[in-house]
Design a protein around this ligand. Structure first.
Ligand SMILES: Nc1ncnc2c1ncn2[C@@H]1O[C@H](COP(=O)(O)OP(=O)(O)OP(=O)(O)O)[C@@H](O)[C@H]1O
Length: 252
């Protein structure tokens, strides 16, 4: 039987007294690739931040379990240690901390083991080569002066180096040129295997080309209003989102 990795039930949550998620249900099994589609402002990034435990957001009711364990009360770093990873829609610049230092420190903190520098450097270099990142970027400060596309590749580098159980990818493909989307898509495909899962937000489904999508969820007005297989992507690409709400209103 499929093993549950993430289970969210009737989640109500928001920011600064504004309710954004209004009874959201979502379930992801181990080994699966899920996609969240939805119009601008529907709550997709909010959901990702809430799963990761961003302190700015408040959960008012509902439950969120990871590997069967209640996540409420867990801080962001504790969620990262349990195997959650978020690739930001807008990656932060961190002056003073190099890419190499940041990823090595994160790996040590997550695993609790000392990460030896020489083999780590070798692995980092190999992964950077695959992502077509110049090796000198390892010694640059995290994202400082990186182009939009370079920041997104750097997110995938962290994903490959940290090997989380659940990768939350928030529009990792936005702002990428055609070749870079291909590289990022290959990076995600390389990461994914039967022991981990991906939850991907995208408006440009080309990132999915190298992946076998198990389930698609449509998020509108803070709720999952439609679910289906990969065929739902084609349907939304050709017909947009509004017909889903129209069909639901007609059914009422
Ligand atoms: N600090 C805040 N105060 C008030 N409203 C907020 C705040 N942060 C987010 N929102 C609102 O919450 C709603 C959901 O935002 P969110 O970023 O989750 O949408 P999204 O589905 O990811 O959109 P997009 O596709 O444009 O990235 C939006 O209407 C946004 O304006």
């Amino acid at each position: 039987m499929a093993e549950k990795l993430l289970e969210i039930k009737d989640l109500h949550a928001g920011v600064e007294d504004k309710e954004i998620l209004k009874g959201l249900n979502l379930s992801v099994n181990k080994g699966e690739v899920h996609v969240i589609l939805g119009p601008n402002g529907s709550g997709k990034s909010t959901l990702m931040n809430i799963i990761m435990g961003h302190p700015k957001y408040q959960v008012t009711s509902g439950t969120m379990e990871f590997e069967g364990e209640d996540m409420s009360g867990l801080k962001t770093f504790e969620r990262a240690r349990k195997g959650l990873f978020l690739s930001f829609q807008t990656p932060e610049e961190i002056p003073g901390i190099t890419v190499e230092n940041m990823i090595r420190t994160a790996k040590q903190t997550i695993t609790g083991d000392k990460v030896k520098l020489v083999p780590f450097r070798k692995e980092l270099k190999a992964q950077m080569q695959e992502l077509k990142m110049k090796p000198e970027y390892a010694q640059r400060y995290m994202n400082v002066g990186f182009s939009g596309g370079e920041k997104k590749r750097n997110e995938i580098l962290q994903l490959l180096m940290l090997q989380p159980k659940l990768a939350l990818l928030d529009e990792t493909d936005s702002g990428l040129d055609v070749d870079a989307v291909q590289i990022v898509s290959e990076g995600v495909a390389k990461f994914h295997n039967e022991n981990n899962s991906c939850l991907i937000i995208t408006h440009n489904t080309r990132i999915l080309e190298k992946l076998k999508v198990d389930k698609v969820h449509v998020l509108m007005n803070g709720q999952i209003v439609e679910e289906g297989g990969a065929e739902l992507i084609e349907d939304i690409n050709s017909r947009g989102f509004t017909h889903i709400l129209d069909a639901q209103n007609e059914a009422k």
